[in-house]
Design a protein around this ligand. Structure first.
Ligand code: PSV
Ligand code: MN
Length: 421
């Protein structure tokens, strides 16, 4: 978008939606921040195509931090970097280390970044028969221990959020006892909950757990925490220190995800959202500016989950195997900003007047006029201009030379994790 197009576009948006609403939308884009995951930059999502990884992928946590810092430089929109215990704070992929986490937190700070949500890793070696739900108590204990370590890292070194996704489940009816798997998980997480209560008693920074659900994968018949109801039942065991984590890609097709957002906000249940796009199966794709995303933002805005007192933890959760990772995450941030701008343009007053009068089609049209029909690119561009950023971060990235640099530098043999520590 050229500056001339921007000017022209803003003029027409002002005429249609009013200067006040347009200015509020620009302001919202300037303020909007989202967490990015460390794993989007690194080695994950491969395993097929002969282990193909997009060129220039980060080989260790420091390179992931470099990439996240560059994304922040181009967008000014990175809230922090989410990390996974066994991917980012482990030498053997089996146990996490507080000491490594401390060093990573320092490295992050040096690059102008903060550590965001801390994710226990329950899906590596040793958890094929379940982690927190496992039949064997020593397996469960091992993962409880890892979760408590995550809680400590979250409280002392990061933003206080522990994001718990349990990959346990089954592929066949009869494979596991559904009630027992759930009860084991609940029992395991109760141990974590009492640890959080203890920690929060003695600290100003309150740790919160977010319980993430997923209807399928890796389990194809059942997952132990399959829906927001199950996640909420677990969260209730945390004495007010937990909420529900919604991941866009973790639902059956045509689930009304924005209604789940609305429901949780309405009930005052704390929440988080993992943004991505999903087609036939699984998540992990870059965010696109589709209407569903804009409707989710509408619910977040009108329910006070963003720019309010009880802001939700917002993160992009993506990592697909084919595309180059940095332009992919820049594309996601751009898509989120466009979706947010659309949601900001909805005329809420007119909408409720139409709703009151049962003007079904008029209500739908006024809603979609913003959510579907408005070209909000000038709003996002103006916000970038106000922050002295490039109007198009994806193009700016292509011109920057960063991709060429990392492709050259990182083409050498994979380095061992943390050789410098
Ligand atoms: C699981 O699919 C998930 O959405 C969880 O948030 C994990 O932490 C992340 O993806 C990476 O596996
Ligand atoms: Mn997720």
């Amino acid at each position: 978008m050229t500056e001339k197009q921007l000017e022209y576009g803003l003029k027409s948006l002002n005429e249609e939606f009013g200067e006040d609403r347009v200015n509020k939308a620009i302001n919202a884009i300037e303020k909007f921040k989202v967490e990015v995951p460390s794993w989007v930059f690194g080695e994950f999502g491969g395993g097929r195509f002969g282990g193909y990884m997009p060129p220039g992928f980060a080989r260790d946590i420091n390179e992931k931090l470099d990439d996240a810092a560059f994304v922040n430089k181009l967008t000014g929109a990175v809230e922090g970097i989410a990390t996974h215990i066994l991917w980012d704070y482990s030498l053997d992929g089996l146990t996490g280390s507080f000491e490594i986490a401390r060093q990573v937190a320092n490295e992050a700070n040096k690059r102008g970044l903060k550590l965001g949500s801390i994710n226990p890793t329950y899906f590596l070696k040793g958890s094929h028969r379940g982690s927190l739900s496992a039949e064997e108590s020593n397996t469960r204990e091992k993962y409880v221990e890892q979760t408590i370590l995550s809680v400590k890292i979250a409280g002392e070194l990061a933003n206080g959020i522990v994001a718990i996704w349990v990959p346990d489940g089954s592929n066949y009816p009869g494979q596991i006892e559904l009630k027992k798997a759930y009860n084991n998980t609940k029992q395991s997480l109760k141990e974590v909950a009492s640890e959080i209560v203890k920690i929060n008693k003695n600290s100003n920074k309150k740790v919160k757990a977010l319980i993430e659900y997923k209807v399928f994968e890796p389990g194809t018949y059942s997952t132990v925490l399959s829906d927001w109801g199950s996640a909420y039942l677990i969260a209730k065991e945390f004495d007010g220190n937990a909420g529900v984590l919604i991941d866009m890609g973790h639902h059956h097709h045509s689930t009304n995800v924005e209604q789940i957002v609305a429901r949780l906000l309405n009930e005052g249940i704390y929440g988080g959202f993992h943004f991505n796009t999903r087609y036939a199966a699984d998540d992990d794709h870059a965010v696109e500016p589709n209407p569903e995303m804009a409707r989710i933002f509408y619910e977040l805005i009108s329910g006070g989950g963003i720019f309010g007192k009880n802001n939700w933890a917002l993160m992009i959760d993506q990592c697909s195997s084919r595309e180059k990772r940095i332009p992919a995450i820049l594309h996601s941030i751009d898509s989120l900003q466009l979706s947010l701008a659309k949601a900001m343009l909805v005329d809420q007053k007119l909408l409720s007047a139409y709703q009151k009068n049962d003007e079904i089609i008029l209500a739908n049209r006024v809603f979609n006029n913003a959510i579907m029909n408005a070209d909000v690119r000038p709003i996002v561009a103006k916000a970038r201009l106000n922050k002295s950023l490039s109007l198009d971060p994806v193009k700016e990235y292509s011109k920057s030379g960063y991709q060429e640099k990392i492709e050259l530098l990182r083409a050498e043999e994979l380095i061992v994790q943390f050789p410098q520590y």
